[in-house]
Design a protein around this ligand. Sequence first.
Ligand SMILES: [Zn+2]
Length: 163
Amino acid sequence: MLCEMCGKEVPFTKAVIVEGTKLNVCQNCARFGDDFRSGSGTGAPMGASVVEERLQRRERRMQTKDVYAGTASVEMVEDYGRIVREARERKGLEQEEFANSISEKKGIIAKVETNSLIPDDKLVRKLEKALDVKLRETVQAGAVTGSSGSGAGMTLSHFIKKE
Ligand SMILES: [Zn+2]
């Protein structure tokens, strides 16, 4: 008879369960599987723990892979306009005064405050520094489906880590 695991020709095989599949294997390979005839317990169930351990290891490997599959990216917070406006008002500055103080045009600030202009990197840093606010957040890739439009806010917020 042929061992279905190692392929060796042997005088007799034994039916065992290896990772959910019934195999007829040689005496040597039998220890890798669960005894097919459950309940007949002469030998210690060595095989069970070997398979279990192997399955656990496989599971762990898959989890680990999941964790590292997503990379974090930095994105603008959804209500950056409101944050800028409120922070500016807290400082008691008019749009124009504030714009002048950071060498920007009033129109730019007005657009940012109504979320109709996404500030570039440089402007974000200027605004954050001048107003002492955070306008960006770290988002785990994979959590975001589609562009950052309205409506996705509720589900997104579960995945968002504030910096
Ligand atoms: Zn074998």
